[in-house]
Design a protein around this ligand. Structure first.
Ligand SMILES: Cc1cc2nc3c(=O)[nH]c(=O)nc-3n(C[C@H](O)[C@H](O)[C@H](O)COP(=O)(O)OP(=O)(O)OC[C@H]3O[C@@H](n4cnc5c(N)ncnc54)[C@H](O)[C@@H]3O)c2cc1C
Ligand code: SF4
Length: 521
């Protein structure tokens, strides 16, 4: 073991949580070490190649985990500078105000957070500025109150999506522009960094025009002399003082050798699954069940949302390039026929034949996957899963991650899919400007696919925060109840997950915890 320097702060991971936090702390002048197990994603043509990215998983981890039955699981996750934000679809939503309180769902209770929306609001506003979010206030029927307009105008719809938006509006829905973190200037396309391409959601941005945690946070933070980044630096354990009350340092594998770094404050931001695994791996005599785990909450309450892709394949072609501009939240909290939350409807990036090869159901002999993709509207549906202590991250005897998960609260999701299918079928209906929705194939109008367990994109909840140290691992500042100087700042802290994408809430919370740390430092 090599002994190395001591720092004021060590931050482990450079994703939405860790990357944003280092940007916040960099101007303090304090000595900050960032440890990132991955490397920079190389800038190369394959960044935008669906075959390389989706079929061959070129940039995904090759690591395998296990599911609860011991079967091998290849997680769809990315270890790199910027973390999963390098690959995200950049749809940056605020949780709804009601999501911070207790909400009754068909499948049970979604618990309240120890902080309310009003406390988070200024940080959401700052997060939207930092990540260049484009959106339109006042359109989304469930939008929480905002102190400011979006920093940039909404990303416009291409004609097929505008047509769908008009059709939905005629049915009485209130479709709206998805808030998006892309550096797009539609008033001067020649000057725009973003070129509105078809390979955004799921792909790294070759021209660095996606506001991800590398581009807008880690790289600017590194212009400060007091910030050091080590890549290919996997943290294996966190060490504590003999009393167990203070985290003293971290053991890191670097170029095949173990190194030790110490710091006054240690922040874990490895993503919800890896952060829990790291705390569990760091068990010692004073923390026999894992670091900061006297509550037995570490690793438990794993949530990842109930997500589906629904392809609506109509006779009408869909030549849209950038498809992610439209969302529907009319069913978020339920409707007259189903009085429980159902969730959120939006889009994935435009699917193509190459990507469909990775998981196409054999529904249409004689039709090529390209033909299907040319005619499909590719919806993304998200519903809330509830925190179940049995849905958890644990370690097997070799220290490998085991992810146990049994879906819950599924009725709302089924209802949501049904509502969307009905809305699609009702389009047109003899209205003068309506567009009849006829299927391309005689029987299958819709192709639906639930995102499997390996799809851990929205992972959260595994080290939850709360006021009660018997039922949560972190306090309201995301400091471990049981250690004086250990923080967790990524998706782990969520006590419940709402039904919109998680990254903006992770970012806003990192800014909030960053202010607490600045005061402490
Ligand atoms: C394809 C895709 C599309 C998505 N689209 C959206 C979207 O449109 N909107 C949205 O809100 N969210 C989206 N998400 C989810 C979003 O990216 C995540 O919620 C967010 O990145 C999570 O932030 P995090 O800080 O918790 O973890 P991450 O961003 O995963 O960062 C964790 C970091 O820790 C590093 N790390 C892990 N273990 C160690 C270790 N032991 N030592 C050192 N470093 C370590 C990892 O390499 C990584 O850099 C998407 C995700 C994916 C994969
Ligand atoms: S150019 Fe724009 S649309 Fe294309 S990947 Fe980059 S941010 Fe996304």
């Amino acid at each position: 073991m090599l002994n190395s320097d001591s720092y004021d702060v060590i931050i482990i991971g450079t994703g939405a949580g860790g990357g944003t936090l280092v940007r916040r702390l960099a101007p303090t002048g304090k000595r900050i070490l960032i440890l990132e197990r991955g490397d920079y994603i190389p800038r190369e043509k394959d960044n935008w190649n669906p075959g390389a990215v989706n079929l061959r998983g070129k940039y995904q981890t090759k690591e395998t985990w296990r599911d609860k039955d011991g079967a091998e699981l290849h997680p769809h996750t990315n270890y790199c500078v910027g973390g999963n934000t390098k690959f995200y679809g950049a749809a940056l939503f605020r949780l709804r105000k009601e999501d911070f309180g207790e909400l009754r769902h068909h499948g049970g209770l979604s618990p309240a957070w120890p902080v309310g929306y009003d406390e988070m609001e200024p940080y959401y506003t700052e997060a939207e500025e930092l990540y260049s979010v484009h959106g339109q206030r006042g359109e989304d029927p469930t939008e929480p109150p905002r102190s400011k307009e979006y920093p940039h105008p909404p990303v416009s719809h291409e004609p097929r999506i505008q047509q769908l938006s008009d059709d939905f509006a005629r049915l009485g829905l209130r479709p709206f522009h998805t808030p998006l973190a892309v550096m797009l200037n539609e008033s001067n396309r020649r000057d725009s960094k973003c070129i509105r391409c078809a390979t955004c959601d799921g792909f790294p941005c070759l021209v660095n025009a996606k506001a991800d945690a590398q581009v807008v946070c880690a790289d600017p933070a590194l212009t400060h002399d007091n910030v050091t980044l080590l890549t290919n630096a996997k943290v294996e354990r966190i060490l504590t003082s003999p009393s167990g009350h203070v985290a003293t340092g971290v053991e890191v594998m670097l170029e095949g050798q173990k190194h030790l770094f110490s710091a006054s404050i240690i922040v874990v931001s490895c993503g919800a699954i890896n952060s829990a695994a790291l705390l569990l791996r760091s068990a010692n005599g004073k923390h026999p069940n894992g670091l900061a785990n006297g509550s037995d909450a570490v690793g438990r309450h794993y949530m990842g949302h109930i997500n589906s892709v629904l392809m609506a394949i109509s006779k009408l072609p869909n030549p849209t390039v950038f498809q992610k501009s439209l969302s529907v939240n009319d069913y978020y909290f339920g409707d007259d026929d189903f009085r429980y939350p159902m969730g959120h409807i939006s889009f994935v990036g435009k699917l193509d034949g190459e990507t469909l090869k990775a998981g196409a159901p054999a529904i249409a002999p004689g039709f090529t996957l390209d033909l299907m993709a040319n005619h499909s509207l590719d919806f993304w549906l998200t519903s809330e899963d509830l925190p179940d202590p049995c849905n958890r991250v644990s370690l097997d005897r070799d220290g490998r991650i085991v992810l146990s998960y049994k879906p819950n609260n599924e009725e709302g999701h089924k209802q949501l899919i049904h509502r969307l299918e009905q809305a699609m079928k009702k389009q047109g209906n003899g209205q003068p400007h309506g567009h009849d929705f006829h299927g391309l194939f005689s029987r299958n109008l819709f192709l639906g696919q639930r995102i499997p367990l390996a799809g851990v994109a929205h992972q959260n909840g595994t080290i939850r925060f709360g006021n009660d140290r018997r039922t949560s691992a972190l306090d309201r500042n995301c400091k471990a109840h049981e250690l004086d100087n250990l923080y967790v700042v990524d998706g782990s802290f969520f006590p419940s997950s709402g039904a919109v994408n998680p990254a903006l809430t992770i970012i806003a919370n990192a800014l909030r915890v960053g202010d607490h740390l600045k005061a402490r430092l």
